[in-house]
Design a protein. Structure first.
Length: 481
């Protein structure tokens, strides 16, 4: 296919994707009214896959065209998430509330949203606590009633679950206006910032820039990062910056600080740290910086709330069934007692993390990070698809499209219920294993293989060590509200 025709075809498909996403958000579908989402979600996925295929098949798009389409197409895809209030998650309302609570001088970990001590703050937030009673009923997929109080905040009777740097972000959100719309705008900016980091890293590695489209054009980014405004995207950005800093080998302290900050946003990014530790030099400084940053982030909140900073985390683990092993969908297929599945998951994840630390590629720490994150997600089989946002970004850096099955499995579980959990995640695992095995036997001259396997910028040191550093590739992570 001629380059100009390929660019035109990819542009047309991206335009169709933007239009389909716009309809997905404005067509009336919500988590409480899933019907309108079915067909549009399918159309979004097909158009995304077609755009990625056109961009990467054969020799791929010309570099300049790829950069332009990734940037413009990514911005347009992200922009569709701004067309409507959140459709499938109400987590952002807790973000807005936590920011308002902090702005009043109260620790977000001190009280639940319906605590009588916060009655004055609730009265100042009618958008979060709509009046009800009489003709105004507390009904709607994103409305919850507790203690005679109607609110958009989910789990209003429990304390917040979010780590301290997430709370700092919520305070910034409040300073910028403290509305859901502002949170969505910030989510769009974060999504575009991740795209920029991906493009820069791929360019330095002399890898196909179109791989950044795996993140930038993904419908899930528009849904979870922008429309639902999940805080996870901030953790993704910080984790990517930390991994790129680790790849240089010159700033282990900076890399550790960024990775520690990412972990203090959502905890999940902690699993990328083994990838950064593959470089032996600076391991101690990186680890110390990550721990110090994490501790410093927690310190003011610990001083204010003590052990209350743990928040709803223990309750969440119990609610999801991780404490008793009920949530580990794939491990449940093994002939083992359910109570032992949590321990098995921890042992497997620790083994993969250790292997990545000892044998990972120090110049491509995101490769080992992808392996550990993917393994964690396939072990934990979460029903919250936005937990896979970090996986998407890492897969884009490594050109590993097969990992897209994991967020799809999470989406199917989330939207259609737990009956699909095991078959969806089993299919995702099968896809990863099948494509990884096929890639081993792919002919070196195959065009798609060249596009799918980015080559890092060479150096004398890398050339001398090329036979010694490698990492495993295996299965996936965590979830949170």
């Amino acid at each position: 296919m001629a380059p100009k025709f390929r660019v035109l075809a990819c542009s047309l498909v991206l335009t169709a994707l933007v239009l389909a996403l716009a309809r997905s958000f404005t067509g009336g579908g919500t988590l409480g009214r899933r019907g309108p989402l079915h067909g549009w979600y399918l159309a979004d996925g097909v158009l995304f896959a077609l755009a990625l295929l056109l961009a990467l098949l054969g020799r791929g798009l010309p570099e300049r065209a790829a950069r332009l389409l990734v940037l413009v197409g990514g911005a347009a895809v992200a922009g569709t998430g701004l067309l409507a209030p959140p459709r499938t998650s109400d987590d952002v309302y807790r973000y807005v509330w936590d920011g308002q609570v902090q702005a009043s001088g109260i620790s977000p970990y001190a009280y639940t949203p319906v605590d009588p001590a916060l009655a004055g703050l609730r009265a100042q937030a009618p958008a979060l606590f709509p009046p009800h009673g009489g003709t105004a009923a507390c009904t709607g997929w994103d409305l919850h009633q507790a203690a005679q109080i109607c609110t958009h905040i989910n789990r209003p009777t429990v304390h917040t679950i979010y780590p301290p740097l997430a709370e700092v972000w919520f305070l910034l959100l409040h300073a910028l206006g403290g509305t859901v719309r502002v949170a969505q705008l910030l989510g769009a900016l974060l999504a575009c910032a991740v795209t920029a980091v991906l493009l820069r890293t791929l360019r330095v590695r002399r890898a196909p820039l179109a791989w950044a489209g795996l993140w930038a054009w993904c419908p899930g980014v528009a849904i979870w990062s922008v429309n639902d405004a999940h805080i996870d995207t901030l953790g993704v950005l910080l984790a990517l910056l930390g991994l790129t800093a680790a790849a240089s080998g010159r700033r282990p302290g900076v890399a550790g600080a960024l990775l520690g900050a990412a972990t203090a946003v959502k905890l999940i990014p902690a699993v990328v740290i083994p990838g950064a530790l593959a470089r032996r030099g600076g391991r101690l400084r990186l680890t110390a910086a990550a721990l110090a940053t994490f501790a410093v982030a927690y310190l003011p909140y610990v001083l204010a709330s003590g052990l209350g900073v743990i928040g709803f985390l223990p309750g969440y683990l119990q609610e999801e069934g991780y404490d008793q092993g009920r949530r580990f969908g794939l491990l449940a297929l093994l002939p083992l007692p359910q109570a032992q599945l949590g321990l098995l998951a921890a042992v497997v994840l620790a083994g993969v993390a250790l292997a990545v630390t000892l044998r990972g590629d120090p110049e491509r720490p995101w490769r080992g990070a992808l392996t550990v994150v993917g393994t964690a997600l396939l072990l934990a089989t979460p029903s919250y698809p936005w937990y896979s946002l970090l996986l998407l970004a890492l897969a884009a850096l490594e050109g590993r499209w097969e990992w897209l099955g994991v967020p799809v499995a999470g989406l199917l579980d989330y939207v259609y219920g737990g009956a699909l959990q095991q078959p969806a995640y089993l299919a995702a695992l099968g896809l990863v294993l099948a494509v990884s095995a096929g890639r081993r036997f792919a002919e070196p001259g195959d065009g798609f293989s060249r596009a799918a396997r980015p080559v890092p910028r060479s150096s004398p040191v890398a050339a001398a060590a090329s036979g010694t550093a490698s990492s495993a590739s295996g299965p996936g992570s965590t979830r949170a509200g």
